[in-house]
Design a protein around this ligand. Structure first.
Ligand SMILES: Cc1cc2nc3c(=O)[nH]c(=O)nc-3n(C[C@H](O)[C@H](O)[C@H](O)COP(=O)(O)OP(=O)(O)OC[C@H]3O[C@@H](n4cnc5c(N)ncnc54)[C@H](O)[C@@H]3O)c2cc1C
Length: 225
């Protein structure tokens, strides 16, 4: 990517922060908006099983990380001012040509050449791409795809309609964020980047959704402490 597109990431969770970090390392300046008032908002909210992706951050005797600590870890290397806390997206609308206008509950508005919905299970960005809705907190994940929409995509829980206890949500969220960012920096334009990311992400999340819907997998899923 040779130009500097206006990239807006809605949501400063694992998916959004990972995406922002990889973009920044490649010289692109994304803006992240999050409804929470501070990076520490999730500290002490619970410990997530992480499979193998976070092994280097975890004590040798455990396979869990505090969700809030993870967010602080991912936020630390970002340039100051990257994340705008206290900005709850309430409306996003296409202006044509792949450009979108975003409006926040505090009265702020912004325009983006690419809006990345990293705003979790109850995503406000998702209706731009699909009519699918989260089926409820305790229901198993469902495969989700959508037709390509210029200037918009989803990463993490916003893209997966996932249940909380598969033990994969965090790693998948960060993988999505990193892959999309790499595609943006490597492809010639935003459309090609989003298409490349979605082509890899759809089968991956669909396969996981089917696998975690089987009765044996659901029995083996346990709630985190
Ligand atoms: C109780 C519970 C236990 C879990 N346990 C595990 C586990 O053990 N292992 C595991 O891998 N995963 C677990 N998960 C799932 C894991 O937390 C998620 O998969 C992961 O956090 C997804 O990251 P994300 O960045 O996509 O979304 P989120 O972490 O949900 O982050 C979304 C961000 O978007 C912001 N946001 C939301 N709406 C708006 C808006 N309108 N405007 C602006 N900002 C907005 C939020 O403030 C938030 O910071 C658990 C989830 C829950 C709820």
């Amino acid at each position: 990517m040779t130009t500097s597109p206006r990239i807006v990431i809605v949501g400063g969770g694992p998916a959004g922060l990972m995406c922002a970090r990889v973009l920044q390392r490649q010289g692109i300046r994304p803006v992240v908006y999050d409804a929470g008032t501070t990076v520490r908002g999730q500290a002490g909210t619970g410990r997530d099983r992480h499979r193998s992706a976070l092994a280097e951050f975890i004590p040798a005797d455990g396979d869990q990380i505090d969700r809030g600590q993870l967010r602080i870890l991912l936020h630390q290397p970002l340039k100051p001012g990257t994340v705008h806390w206290g900005h709850e997206l309430v409306h996003v609308a296409p202006l044509g040509g792949g450009v979108h206008r975003l409006e926040f509950a505090n009265g702020v508005s912004a325009e983006a050449d690419l809006v990345i919905g990293a705003d979790g299970a109850w995503s406000t960005v998702r209706p731009l791409l699909t009519d699918a809705v989260q089926r409820g907190f305790w229901t198993p994940p469902a495969p989700l795809t959508w037709d390509h929409v210029p200037g918009a995509t989803l990463i993490g829980d916003a893209a997966h309609l996932t249940g909380p206890f598969s033990g994969h949500g965090m790693s998948r969220a960060m993988l999505d964020g990193a892959e999309l960012a790499h595609a943006i920096t490597e492809e010639d334009n935003l459309d090609d980047a989003v298409a490349r990311y979605e082509a890899a992400m759809f089968p991956r999340s669909g396969e996981l959704a089917v696998r975690t819907c089987t009765p044996s997998q659901r029995r083996s899923s346990r709630a985190p402490r």
